[in-house]
Write a protein that binds this ligand. Structure first.
Ligand code: SF4
Length: 291
């Protein structure tokens, strides 16, 4: 049965599996990335104040004391700052014992906000932001129509970290295809190192048959990496990353092999394990594909 308070599909990061979700906006204001199918069925819109109050009233009947709250959909920070502050104040009044509020953050939304605005949002209670960097390479970002370049991606991430947010970045392994494999690995390492986030996750490209990238694949314009090439790319990426104290995870269903550690501390161990697997004749990648 459809729930009138949520427009589906509804997405949240794996680490928000137990969070209460308040859907503040619907869809993604960009919605043009060639690999992304998440919000293709939705027209982007901001929910009205009345809708949000109604939504929160309903949530209060379901949750008495949510520890964690996630604000959906794709880029809540596109709201004007005063609206975000008002919303956070309202959420904290209605759920006073909440320990963490988080949301996705679009890089251009972060770039457009001043340092003072971001600090005010952080101080008002939004604590953790997730940003899909996808790739650090300008060539790959442009090929995938991400609408942001490397410089803007770094600026966005650095501003968020400086404003005091806990910051989580995500890269999609294989997004450069065979053509830009090395470039994708090196430039992504460069961007993540420049941001130096608190969390870094590495997913693997899984092409949805309804995405524009599937069309590129069918026309032979894009070539997927083999599992061993994915490991080669991961090795280059990790070897070139310089991070202070970053929790690293590659344990999504899309990943061929699970990886977890703290970077840079565990870099050498992670890299040597990948090299060992990559060179093993018994290497059995976990494979999850949509087409
Ligand atoms: S990847 Fe992010 S920015 Fe791109 S269309 Fe999907 S949700 Fe929007």
């Amino acid at each position: 049965m459809r729930n009138r308070y949520y427009s589906e599909p509804l997405y949240r990061p794996p680490s928000e599996a137990r969070s209460m979700i308040i859907q503040v906006t619907e869809g993604c204001s960009h919605n043009k990335c060639r690999f992304c199918y998440m919000y293709k069925s939705k027209q982007f819109r901001l929910k009205s104040k009345e809708e949000l109050k109604d939504h929160i009233e309903w949530l209060k009947t379901m949750y008495t004391n949510p520890r964690r709250i996630f604000l959906a959909d794709g880029n809540v920070l596109c709201l004007k700052t005063d609206k975000i502050l008002e919303l956070l104040e309202y959420i904290k009044k209605e759920f006073p014992h909440t320990e963490r509020i988080s949301s996705y953050s679009g890089p251009l939304d972060l770039v457009k906000k001043s340092e003072e605005e971001l600090k005010a949002i952080r101080e008002a209670g939004l604590e953790l932001l997730y940003m899909g960097v996808e790739s650090g390479s300008d060539k790959v970002l442009s090929m995938m129509n991400k609408g942001v370049n490397q410089e803007q991606m770094i600026e966005a991430g650095q501003k968020a970290v400086k404003a005091g947010f806990k910051f989580s970045c995500m890269i999609i392994s294989g997004l450069g295809g065979t053509q830009y494999m090395e470039e994708h690995a090196l430039e992504s390492a460069k961007v993540i190192s420049a941001i130096d986030p608190h969390y870094f996750s590495l997913l693997r490209l899984v092409v949805d048959e309804n995405s524009e990238l599937a069309e590129d694949l069918r026309k032979g314009k894009f070539h997927l990496l083999t599992p061993r090439q994915v490991l080669d790319e991961n090795i280059i990426m990790l070897e070139n990353m310089e991070l202070t104290d970053c929790i690293f995870r590659a344990n999504h269903v899309s990943n061929h092999v699970n990886q977890a550690g703290t970077l840079n501390r565990d870099k050498d161990i992670l890299v040597s394990r990948l090299k060992e697997l990559r060179n093993s004749p018994d290497f059995m990648p976990r494979v999850f594909n949509r087409i």
